[in-house]
Design a protein around this ligand. Structure first.
Ligand code: AMP
Ligand code: MG
Length: 405
């Protein structure tokens, strides 16, 4: 068993730079509006028209001419949303108008219904409006040709609404990256089995599949291979053929059964094989001649999910065309003392809450790389610089926000 890795240790930023340089957005496709939620827009979208197209009442009330000082007004007709007035408002006349109704010709203001007494077709105004009062002018919300959505945006509820508003019923989006997930290890059994002594249930395969889907990717292949060179090579080739990205878990450290690095070296170009990062130092990244990305993720469940979060997720988002691939970073106050790793930057799992005008972070307990419970419920990763001294309660540190607070 060699005692020194053949791979130089790269920094987190160097590793990310190498990954993002090789993750180039995939092609486009067009989908229906009802399928667009969560997808990444592939083209800029412009407003096709002014909105509103004509002056529109923003309240239920009476359309009049501002400055008309008549004692009472002859109510000519009623205008509801979607119907145009037949008559024209002139001095001494008004049109009853509902919210969203198009202002009748001649009128330039609307008095709210609460401020008008109408009896027998005659209206007395308790309030004299100024010009434009309660009127939405043409183009107030959108102007024709205005750039309203940008390529690379993630389509959420507001974006769906805006696409519908501007008549974009067929939406150009980036193709979702496909992912193959391969768990490795002689010790693994399926979740529905009782592990015999010395075995564990395969959790990484399912956790990584879920993480990939969360990142907008589509899992097209998954499997498990024993720590046998021929079987592993066969499975890795299957995974590489089946997807844009292969994720393997386990088999990347220094043990005699850690075969992923030599196999990746055979099938692809390894860009780095070690990162100064905790948890997950042996993370390996390679690309094949046809542009497939391969990540050899560490086997311990926390290491595999945290390296996915920090290194793989941005790659999947970039392949999927997203303009913004990084999680938001904020400053948080430590709610208790934390001991950093003496040598490597450490990404501790934490819950962040808003307390007394600060984000306060508390870790999720024992940060062992085997303890999945250290990620369950976490909404942040604390980015702790290496050091010999404990960080006292109250210290400010950087954190990546993983979820809505
Ligand atoms: P390895 O990097 O292959 O030596 O794996 C390190 C440890 O991670 C193993 O001893 C297992 O306990 C654990 N492990 C590896 N793969 C998985 C998996 N797919 N699911 C759960 N635990 C795993
Ligand atoms: Mg293993």
């Amino acid at each position: 068993m060699p005692r020194v890795s053949a791979y130089p240790m790269v920094r987190v930023d160097e590793a990310l730079e190498a990954i993002l340089a090789h993750a180039q957005p995939l092609g486009h496709e067009t989908i229906g509006l009802t399928q667009a939620r969560g997808r990444i827009l592939a083209k800029n979208v412009l407003a096709d028209d002014d909105l509103p197209g004509m002056p529109r009442s923003s309240v239920d009330g009476y359309a009049v001419i501002a400055g008309d000082d008549a004692a009472d007004f002859d109510v000519l007709e009623e205008v509801t949303a979607g119907r145009l007035a037949h008559t024209q408002v002139s001095p001494g006349t008004a049109v009853r108008i509902m919210t969203g109704g198009t202002l009748p010709r001649g009128a330039d203001a609307v008095v709210m219904v609460e401020e008008v007494d109408e009896t027998n077709g005659r209206a007395i105004l308790q309030h004299r409006p100024r010009r434009g009062e309660n009127v939405h002018p043409p183009g107030m919300d959108l102007t024709r040709g205005q750039h309203v959505l940008s390529a690379g945006m993630r389509i959420g509820a507001a974006e769906v609404g805006l696409l519908a508003t501007v008549g974009c019923a067929q939406v150009p989006v980036f193709r979702r990256p496909t992912v193959a997930v391969l768990a490795t290890g002689d010790e693994l059994v399926e979740p529905d089995q009782t592990p015999p002594p010395g075995s564990v249930r395969d959790s990484n395969r399912y956790a990584l599949m879920a993480a990939a889907e969360d990142a907008g990717a589509r899992v097209t292949w998954h499997g498990h291979a024993l720590d046998d060179e021929a079987a592993l090579e066969r499975a890795m080739r299957q995974g590489l053929d089946a997807a844009d990205v292969l994720l393997t878990s386990g088999g990347v450290s220094m043990g005699t059964r850690d075969l992923i690095k030599p196999l990746l070296d055979k099938m692809a170009t390894i860009h780095f094989g070690r990162v100064s990062f905790k948890p997950g130092k042996p993370l390996t990244f390679a690309t094949t001649a046809d542009g497939t990305l391969a990540f050899g993720l560490p086997g311990f469940p926390v290491s595999s999910l945290v390296t996915f979060e920090v290194f793989v997720r941005p790659a999947l988002l970039k392949l999927g065309g997203a303009a913004n691939v990084m999680r938001p970073r904020v400053e948080v106050v430590l709610g208790h003392e934390i001991r950093p790793d003496p040598v490597r930057p450490e990404y501790q799992r934490a819950t962040v809450t808003w307390e007394d005008h600060h984000f306060v972070a508390r870790t999720t307990g024992l940060q062992s790389s085997s303890r999945l419970l250290s990620i369950v419920g976490a909404n942040a990763l604390l980015e702790l610089s290496p050091g010999d001294n404990p960080l006292p309660k109250g210290t400010m540190v950087q954190a990546l926000l993983l979820a809505n607070l």
